[in-house]
Design a binder for this molecule. Structure first.
Ligand code: ZN
Length: 387
């Protein structure tokens, strides 16, 4: 057996291999510490601060929108859009179409429209998109790279085109930060900020030019507007999660009460039925998180529930044991084989790519150093006891 052990947060069950996770001397991770700090926040003051910002950006003549809400029709964006409307704002919802939109995803976009919003959907060329999915999967182990890029570039591009300066994002999971709109001066986004926040994760858009026949002109939607254009419109943004306590389960309940469709059972690879319903590739994306860092969607969710006090740590451990990191044979009823066929890959090709990106330190290997898998192709984490 390997000497190496995975360290877990002793309050939730997050393993230390998660990027940017820090576990302190008391064995508690920074995500748990941040959650603890929520109690000290004066939420009334924050809400007033938000109302002031919204007032500043409200279009006083009724000739344009008051803000842009980057939307997928999922639980958080449905909540954001409804909240803004309740606060008297006139938002424009903007969807950057996912890599492979599911049937439920389509239903939820239509549901959000039907609640009374103007709506723009921007879809990038699917032929090129599939090529990028494959390149990103094989080169950086992330099939969803084009999605992560365009969910930031597209709403910002629309903000410039429609001359609507304020973007209203949801939670900012990275940091306790309200967004550039909270600054009274110099609140305009620039490319540097955007590239830092909506990062490109190890692959630059320019790297794609020349690969598999992709040309620069195929990638228009993958780039940010120029600093000059951003400044001209005064594009800025805020994160609602800074101004109101963010509760994903609560948002899901609220969105469902307003017609959002959920999956008929917990989503494969997860323990909830109300998240990541719009992109058929999502489980592949999450599985790579598991092979690289030793945790995935199940751990994410049980940790949120533990922090909220809705789940004990020992129950969370059992749920992780039962569900975490299973090989992604199917998602939302779509079979892996069929998903891969569209990007011209077989399951065997896929397994080879998975193995190449697997951090062998985190998983049980045989005496020859080969990964040990069960007959379903599942890996086993070393010290998988969350102790
Ligand atoms: Zn923790």
């Amino acid at each position: 057996m390997s000497e190496y052990r995975i360290k877990y947060c002793q309050r939730c069950v997050m393993p230390h291999a998660k990027p940017d996770l820090h576990i302190d001397e008391e064995g508690v991770c920074n995500a748990c510490r941040n959650f603890e700090k929520r109690k000290e926040i004066d939420w009334d003051a924050r809400k007033n601060q938000m109302l002031e910002i919204l007032e500043r950006y409200r279009n006083k003549t009724g000739s344009n929108y008051d803000c842009i809400i980057p939307s997928s029709g999922g639980k958080d964006s449905t909540y954001q859009a409804l909240r803004m409307k309740e606060l008297g704002m006139n938002p424009l919802c903007v969807t950057s179409t996912t890599c492979k939109l599911s049937e439920i995803g389509r239903k939820n976009i239509e549901n959000l429209k039907s609640l009374g919003f103007d709506y723009i959907e921007v879809t990038t060329n699917p032929v090129v998109r599939r090529k990028i999915n494959k390149l990103a999967l094989t080169q950086i182990g992330d099939i969803s790279w084009p999605e992560h890029v365009t969910i930031f570039t597209i709403p910002v591009r629309v903000a410039v085109q429609q001359r609507v300066p304020l973007l209203v994002w949801g939670e900012n999971s990275q940091m306790e930060y309200g967004g550039p709109a909270t600054a009274t001066e110099n609140s305009v986004l620039d490319r540097r900020w955007l590239e830092e926040f909506g990062g490109l994760l190890g692959l630059r858009v320019s790297d794609l030019v020349g690969c598999d026949g992709i040309e620069k002109r195929d990638l228009v939607q993958f780039s940010y507007p120029s600093d000059e254009d951003l400044k001209n419109v005064g594009v800025t943004g805020l994160f609602l999660g800074y101004f109101m306590p963010w509760d994903q389960a609560g948002n899901a309940l609220y969105a469902q009460a307003h017609g959002m469709t959920t999956y008929h059972k917990p989503v494969e690879g997860s323990v909830v039925n109300y998240e990541n319903l719009d992109n058929v590739h999502m489980r592949i994306h999450d599985y790579f998180k598991f092979v690289k860092y030793g945790y995935s969607r199940t751990t994410d969710w049980v940790c949120i529930y533990v922090r909220n006090g809705r789940l004990t740590r020992s129950d969370a451990r059992r749920m992780v044991e039962r569900h975490e990191g299973r090989f992604p044979w199917e998602y939302l009823g779509y079979r892996l084989e069929d998903i891969l066929k569209e990007i011209d890959m077989t399951v065997d090709d896929f397994v080879k790519v998975c193995d190449r990106f697997t951090n062998k330190k985190l998983f049980v290997c045989d005496s020859k150093g080969n990964l040990v898998k069960d007959k379903e192709g599942n890996l086993k984490r070393i010290n998988d006891d969350n102790e």
